[in-house]
Design a binder for this molecule. Structure first.
Ligand code: PMP
Length: 463
C-alpha cells in the first residue's frame, strides 16, 4: 500500500506557540506577560532577542533588578566560578566563603555609620520576604505591632502565609501622606506640600486621641517605584528621620528598587544623608538572581533564633553574582553615571513635554524615571500641582504608548496609582547612544499613540 506523505503542516512560529500555550496554561494573575507578549531567548546588556528574531531595548530590566543589564560578563564569570569549584549550591543559612565575600562586599557599599554597627539577616529570596522579616524584627525589638506606611507605597505581595501557619498576623498599618509633588493631596506640591505631609504625621503621632497606637516602625521608599516614580524630597526624608528618632520608632528604608546605584548614589538614603534603622535590600543585590536581605542596627537584634526562617536563604549563585555586581558598580562609579545620564534623559523628556500636553509630569532620580500621561481635555483637574493644574491621568494612553514602544523595539513598564506612568528602569550600563535611542523611540511611540483611534474609544472614566 502506498504511503502518502502527509501534507506539510504550516507550523506557527515557535514564539506564537509558546505564547498560546502560556495563555492557556498560566494563571490569570500573570502580569508582565500580558502587556509584553515576547519570548526572550537571548539577552546581553540592554538588548533582548525574542524567539521571533526581533530585538528590544530593555528599559524594564527585570523590574529594576539588572543593574548591569543581562548576562554581564562579570556576573557570568562569578556564576561559572562557583559551579566549577564544586561548592554546594544549597546550604540553607550556613556560612560559606561565597556568602562571606558577598557580606563583606555589601557592607563596604553601605553608609559607614550604618555598616559599622549592623547585622544582616538572609531572607527568603524575594523582596517581600525581607519586608516581612523587617516587620518581625522591629516588632520583636519594640514590643509594639503598629506600622506606619505611605500613600502610593509598594512593599510586596505576601499575605496570609503566617496566618495559615498559626503565626501572629495582627499587623495594623496607618497610612500617612507621601509628599507627592505632582498630585499633591494638599494642592500645593513642593516643599510646602512636604511640610504639610510631615506636620500631619507629627500631629497623628502626638495626638493621644488620634486612634494611632504607638507604632513599631515607619517604612518608606526613598523613591516610590511601583507607585509611579515619586522621589521623596531630601528635607522630608530628614524630617521623617527626626520624627521617628524622637519617638523611638524604627525607620525602615525599603531600597529594594532604589538600591545599587539606581538613583545616582549607591543607596538612595545617601541623597538625604539619613541613616535608617533597617534597610530592606533585594533585586540588584543578587546580580539578576533571587536574593533578599535586611541589614539593621545591631541593637535591634533581639529576635529569637528561627524568628525568620526559610529553606532558600543560601542561594550561592545569587550571592556570587550579587557580589560581582556590587563590586562592578562600586569600582566603575556607575551610581554617578546613573545620576548624570538620568538627568540628561530627564531633561530630554521634559523638553518633549512642551509639544505634548498629554505629558503631565516627568520626574525621577538617576535612572529611575517616570512620565505621567494625562488627558488635558477630560474634565477638571483633580488636584493642583506645584506648577499648575494636574489633569486626570490617562491610563489608556499609557497602555497605547507601551504597545507602540514595543512595536519600535523598546520595553517599558507602566506604574503609578492609575497605571498612567510610563516607567524607565534601564541598566546602569546603558550607553549614551542607547539613552538617545530610548528617548527617540519613546517620543515616536507617544506621537503614534496620541494619534491612535482606539485611544478615545477605549477611554473610560478614571478614578
Ligand atoms: N519593595 C519595593 C520597593 C519593590 O519595588 C518591590 C518589588 N517591585 C518589593 C518590595 C517586593 O519585591 P519582590 O517582588 O521581590 O517580592
Amino acid at each position: 500500500m502506498a504511503v502518502t506523505e502527509p501534507a506539510p503542516v504550516e507550523l506557527p512560529p515557535a514564539h506564537e506557540g509558546i505564547l498560546r500555550r502560556q495563555a492557556l496554561r498560566e494563571s490569570a494573575a500573570r502580569t508582565y506577560a500580558r502587556s509584553l507578549p515576547i519570548v526572550p531567548v537571548r539577552a546581553r546588556g540592554m538588548t533582548i532577542e525574542g524567539a521571533d528574531g526581533r530585538r528590544y531595548l530593555d528599559c524594564l530590566s527585570g523590574a529594576g533588578t539588572l543593574a548591569l543589564g543581562h548576562n554581564h560578563p562579570v556576573v557570568l564569570e562569578a556564576v561559572r566560578k562557583v559551579i566549577d569549584s564544586g561548592a554546594p549550591l544549597h546550604v540553607l543559612d550556613l556560612a560559606t566563603p561565597v556568602k562571606d565575600a558577598f557580606t563583606t562586599e555589601l557592607f563596604s557599599t553601605l553608609p559607614r555609620e550604618f555598616a559599622d554597627n549592623a547585622r544582616i539577616q538572609f531572607c527568603g529570596p524575594a523582596g517581600t520576604d525581607a519586608v516581612e522579616a523587617a516587620f518581625k524584627l522591629v516588632r520583636a525589638a519594640t514590643g509594639r505591632s503598629e506600622l506606619l506606611a505611605f500613600t502610593g507605597a509598594y512593599h510586596g505581595m505576601t499575605a496570609g502565609a503566617l496566618a495559615a501557619s498559626g503565626g501572629a498576623t495582627d499587623v495594623r498599618v496607618t497610612r500617612l501622606p507621601f509628599p507627592h509633588r505632582y498630585r499633591c493631596p494638599f494642592g500645593t506640591g513642593g516643599e510646602r506640600g512636604a511640610d504639610i505631609a510631615a506636620r500631619w504625621t507629627e500631629y497623628l503621632l502626638d495626638d493621644p486621641k488620634s486612634g494611632v497606637p504607638e507604632p513599631a516602625a515607619m517604612i518608606l521608599e526613598p523613591v516610590q517605584g511601583e507607585g509611579g516614580v515619586n522621589p521623596a524630597p531630601d528635607s522630608w526624608m530628614r524630617r521623617m528621620r527626626e520624627i521617628t528618632r524622637e519617638r523611638s520608632i524604627a525607620l525602615i528604608a525599603d531600597e529594594v528598587q532604589t538600591g545599587v546605584g539606581r538613583t545616582g548614589t549607591f543607596w538612595a538614603v545617601e541623597h538625604s544623608g539619613i541613616v535608617p534603622d533597617v534597610m530592606v535590600l533585594s533585586k540588584a543585590i543578587g546580580g539578576s538572581l533571587p536574593l533578599a536581605v535586611i541589614v539593621y542596627r545591631s541593637e535591634l537584634d533581639l529576635w529569637q533564633p528561627g524568628a525568620h526562617a526559610g529553606t532558600f536563604r543560601g542561594n550561592q549563585l545569587a550571592m556570587a553574582a550579587g557580589a560581582a555586581t556590587l563590586a562592578y558598580v562600586r569600582e566603575n562609579r556607575l551610581a554617578e553615571r546613573a545620576g548624570t545620564l538620568g538627568a540628561r534623559m530627564l531633561a530630554a523628556l521634559q523638553a518633549l513635554s512642551a509639544d505634548h500636553p498629554s505629558i503631565g509630569d516627568v520626574r525621577g532620580r538617576g535612572l529611575m524615571i517616570g512620565i505621567e500621561l494625562v488627558d488635558p481635555e477630560a474634565g477638571p483637574p483633580t488636584v493642583t500641582a506645584e506648577n499648575g493644574s494636574a489633569p486626570p491621568p490617562d491610563p489608556t494612553l499609557a497602555t497605547a504608548v507601551q504597545q507602540e514602544c514595543l512595536r519600535r523595539g523598546l520595553i517599558v513598564e507602566l506604574g503609578g496609582r492609575h497605571g498612567a506612568v510610563v516607567r524607565l528602569l534601564p541598566p546602569l550600563t546603558l550607553t549614551d547612544e542607547q539613552a538617545t535611542a530610548v528617548v527617540d523611540r519613546l517620543a515616536d511611540a507617544l506621537r503614534a499613540a496620541e494619534r491612535s483611534p482606539y485611544r478615545r474609544a477605549a477611554a473610560g472614566p478614571t478614578r
